[in-house]
Design a protein around this ligand. Structure first.
Ligand code: NAP
Length: 267
C-alpha cells in the first residue's frame, strides 16, 4: 500500500478518465493526494465521474475533448494550467476497440482506432513533453497498452498495431526525454472486468468463460489492480524506472501455447 500522500501536490491528466481503467486510476490517484484532469468526449459521463471524485475531496477538472484533434489537446493543456498552474503526470489511457477480422475491417474502422490510440497518444505526449521541456520541469507519462502489442491480436489488428506503436513510442520518448527528467512507462493490462474493454471484447458468457479459462490465475483482473500499479509507476517510488512496460494479466500471455495441462486449482 502506497502512503496516502504519495501523489500530494501532483496534477494528473488522465485521457479516457471517465470510465473503466481511467476512472479507477483517477480514484486511486485522488486517494493518494493528486488533483485530477479527466479528458474524454462524452461530457455527461465525464461530469458524473468528476462529481464522484469531487465528493471524495479531490480537486477535479473535467475537459470534454477528443484526443484525435491536436488543437483540442493543446486546449486541454491550456485549461489544465489555467486551473492548476502545473501538470506533473499524463496518463494516455483513451482508446477505442472492437473485434473485426482484418479482411472485413473498413478504412474508417482502422483509422478511428489508429487515430485515438497511436496518434492521440503522440499528440498528448508531444504537447505535455514540450511544456515540461520549456519549463525545465520534470514529469512522467504512463501509456496504457495491451500485451498484443508484441504477440499480436487476431480480430483486433487495428488496436494491436496501434498499441505496438505506443510501446515503441514509450521506449523512444523514455530515452529522448530522460535528459529533461521526464520518465515514460507503460502498463499492459490483461483482461480486466468492469471496463469498456470487457463489454467490447468478451461480451457473451461463452466468450468470457473461454477467455477466463485461459488465464493462469483463473480470473479476470479488477480495475483497482491496474490502478495501484499505475500509481506506483507515476510516483517517485519508481523514480529510476523509465522505458519499461509492466504486464498485469494474471499470467495470460506467458501461459499461451501450453504443452501440458494446466495445474488444477488448489482447493
Ligand atoms: P473504456 O472503459 O472503454 O474507457 C475508454 C475511455 O476512453 C472512455 O473514457 C472514453 O470516453 C475515452 N475515449 C475514447 N475515445 C476517445 C477520444 N477520441 N478522445 C478522448 N477520450 C476518448 O476502456 P477500458 O477498457 O477501461 O480501457 C482503458 C485502456 O486500457 C485502453 O487503452 C485499453 O486499450 C486498455 N486495455 C484495457 C483492457 C481491458 O481489459 N479493459 C485490456 C488491455 C488494455 P468517451 O467515449 O466519452 O470519449
Amino acid at each position: 500500500m502506497l502512503p496516502a500522500d504519495t501523489l500530494a501536490g501532483r496534477v494528473a491528466v488522465i485521457t479516457g478518465g471517465s470510465s473503466g481503467l481511467g476512472l479507477a486510476m483517477a480514484r486511486c490517484f485522488a486517494s493518494l493526494g493528486a488533483s485530477l484532469v479527466l479528458a474524454a468526449r462524452n461530457a455527461e459521463r465525464l461530469e458524473r465521474a468528476a462529481k464522484e471524485l469531487e465528493a471524495s475531496g479531490a480537486p477535479v477538472l473535467a475537459v470534454p475533448m477528443d484526443v484525435r484533434d491536436p488543437a483540442q489537446v493543446d486546449e486541454l493543456l491550456a485549461r489544465t494550467l489555467e486551473r492548476f498552474q502545473r501538470l506533473d503526470i499524463l496518463v494516455n489511457n483513451a482508446a477505442g476497440n472492437f473485434v473485426c477480422p482484418a479482411h472485413e475491417l473498413s478504412v474508417n474502422g482502422w483509422n478511428a482506432v489508429i487515430n485515438i490510440v497511436l496518434n492521440g497518444t503522440f499528440y498528448c505526449s508531444r504537447a505535455v513533453g514540450r511544456h515540461w521541456i520549456e519549463k525545465r520541469q520534470p514529469g512522467t507519462i504512463l501509456n496504457i497498452i495491451a500485451t498484443y502489442a508484441w504477440h499480436g491480436g487476431p480480430g483486433t489488428v487495428h488496436s494491436a498495431a496501434a498499441k505496438a506503436g505506443v510501446l515503441a513510442m514509450t521506449r523512444t520518448l523514455a530515452v529522448e526525454w530522460a535528459p529533461y527528467g521526464i520518465r515514460v512507462n507503460a502498463i499492459a493490462p490483461g483482461p480486466i472486468d468492469k471496463t469498456g474493454g470487457a463489454e467490447q471484447l468478451w461480451a457473451t458468457p461463452e466468450a468470457a468463460e473461454r477467455l477466463r479459462s485461459a488465464i493462469p490465475l483463473g480470473r479476470f483482473g479488477e480495475p483497482e489492480e491496474v490502478a495501484h500499479a499505475a500509481a506506483y509507476l507515476v510516483s517517485d517510488y519508481a523514480s529510476y524506472m523509465t522505458g519499461e512496460c509492466l504486464v498485469i494479466d494474471g499470467g495470460l500471455w506467458l501461459g499461451r501455447n501450453l504443452f501440458v495441462e494446466r495445474t488444477p486449482k488448489r482447493k
